[in-house]
Design a protein around this ligand. Sequence first.
Ligand code: ZN
Length: 222
Amino acid sequence: MQIKVFQFNPVGVNTYILWDKTEKNGAVIDSGCSSEAEFKTLFSFIECEGIKVEHLLITHPHFDHIYGANGSMQRFGLPLQLHEKAVPLMDEAVRTAQVFGFQFGDTPAADKLKTFKEGDTVKIGNFTLEILYTPGHCEGSVSFVERSTRTVFTGDVLFRDSIGRTDFPTGDYELLKSGIYNKLFTLDEPDCSMSGLPSYTVRPGHGGRTTIEYERYHNPFL
Ligand SMILES: [Zn+2]
């Protein structure tokens, strides 16, 4: 799995492009483009690399993570894939954006959405993303696990030295923590360091990458 990350929109969301190096099948997680220039950056990269985008995914339906959804859906002729419990929050995302003073177009139309749930998988060329349901930052918030490269995309659940805020609608601190402890921290085998396996790399929705092992011992919020 190849990974490229761009930071888009005024909130600085991480937009991830994943692809299979050989066959070039690809996916975009959290297309956050908020301007023509940002769309150009994303689409030019995909074109230059010859990536065939087959899946548009979001970790959760907050506006910074769906800013570029409509534009990307149109460009690639694809539905937006999201957790089934994320669907009712899409309209809320637009209202929140407006409260923060951001220009935001329409939310993706209901008939252009494709839902997934815990345990579902998304096959992209020679690798697979597995859906972990990790609510608490908001309902319908997921993490995508890629086991062959020991990578997890956590959206706004877990960051380097931080965790997602829980003061937005449907936020729940206890739920967030339980997802981190029971679903993310358990990705590493208990004897991970002894077995010589590297800790899972965490690719969050904002900020730089980290590892499960680092957060287990250093995250001040856990
Ligand atoms: Zn975010």
